[in-house]
Design a protein around this ligand. Structure first.
Ligand code: UFG
Length: 331
């Protein structure tokens, strides 16, 4: 019999794909989301509660109704650019609401959490590929908010015995290969969905943020990882935490980097559409190159990415073509 797992922020992009994978693995996800950026439709028929993670009383009620074994925490705002202009939002929602979730967990004596963390906690890397021991020095408030979340949970482990796994994602992209769910942010700021919206004629032009980086073609290099690979890693991490019962941290990436210009070329090839571009200044808070080392996660969790960049773009393209307006639930 599968276990009940509370999935905080489970109506968001990575959260909803993980909910699908948890169900497939025989677990019972209990989704909690305030729908500020998530979509009710994206959880399909999983058990769902609309509740803010800062609403401790509301969370306690949900915990008391179920036999929750562990928590997977996705609930967060995740735009690097927005976090630079509105850091308060990031500290309040990401850090503040994590305290609410932890309070409700402590009250219900739940001592296991998988945290959705990020490569943005490393800041401007001293070297690539980045391994888990790389110093964490975020260069934007989003990354800082996630680092605070990690540090709070570290402290709670010492004080209250909360075991954790931090999964530091690189650039999540792609969609459910069966095209039931996909990426639907508003406003959209991520490169792959933006390019696909341009290919669909929904948006007119793509702005390349900076062409003077120290890379082959002058544009930023990122490590793109399929959202289904991420979802699968959460299930593996959950099983691992149940088995070994000690805390750990893993990077989740493909260990291959692509520049912004290379992504544009791949999207043009796959969609058969020309993407009009303009160039602008660098976007504040963007590191030049972020590429993950996958050695640790491969060795310990037996996980490595399965999907190529083309498969990432193809699956996202199918989703955007089928649902050009996303989930159409007004958000
Ligand atoms: N980019 C553009 N123009 C755009 C949008 C993006 O040139 O209109 C560039 C960015 O400058 C960056 C690359 O495309 O070099 C990827 O940008 P995204 O906004 O798609 O993603 P980020 O790298 O900023 O951030 C993502 C997630 C974060 C995560 C980070 C880790 O949103 O949550 O990856 O690598 F922390």
């Amino acid at each position: 019999m599968g276990k009940e797992i509370l999935v905080a922020g489970g109506a968001g992009y990575v959260g909803s794909h993980t909910v699908m994978e948890l169900i497939r693995a025989g677990h019972t996800p209990i989704v909690v989301d305030n729908l500020s950026t998530g979509h009710k439709k994206s959880v399909l028929d999983a058990i769902f509660y609309k509740c803010d993670l800062g609403d401790v009383a509301g969370l306690k009620k949900i915990f008391s109704r179920h036999n929750i074994d562990a928590v997977i925490h996705f609930g967060a705002n995740c735009y690097v650019g927005e976090s630079v202009v509105n850091p308060h939002k990031y500290f309040k929602n990401n850090v503040g609401n994590t305290l609410g979730l932890l309070e409700a967990m402590l009250d219900s004596d739940i001592k296991k959490i998988i945290l959705s963390s990020t490569a943005a906690t490393y800041g401007n890397p001293l070297k690539n590929p980045i391994d888990e021991n790389h110093p964490q020095a975020p260069c934007n408030p989003y990354g800082l908010s996630k680092l605070f979340m990690e540090q709070i949970i570290d402290t709670y482990e010492k004080a209250y015995g909360i075991k954790h796994i931090y999964l530091r994602y690189f650039n999540a992209a792609g969609a459910d290969p069966e095209t039931r769910i996909g990426e639907d942010h508003y406003p959209e700021t991520h490169i792959i969905p933006l390019l696909l919206q341009i290919a669909l004629g929904i948006k007119k032009q793509f702005t390349i943020f900076g062409t003077d980086y120290d890379t082959n073609d002058g544009t930023c290099i990122r490590d793109y990882i399929h959202v289904m690979d991420l979802a699968n890693a959460h299930v593996k991490a959950m099983n691992y935490l149940n088995e070994v019962k000690h805390s750990d941290v893993f990077n989740l990436g493909s260990s291959v980097g692509y520049s912004v210009k290379e992504i544009i070329e791949r999207v043009e090839k796959i969609t058969g559409k020309k993407i009009p571009t303009e160039t602008s200044e660098r976007r504040e808070g963007d590191p030049s190159v972020l590429i993950s080392s996958s050695d640790k996660v491969k060795k310990i969790l037996g996980w490595q990415s399965q999907y190529s960049l083309d498969e990432i773009i193809e699956s996202a393209w199918k989703w955007h073509k089928k649902y050009p307006k996303g989930f159409e639930d007004g958000k």
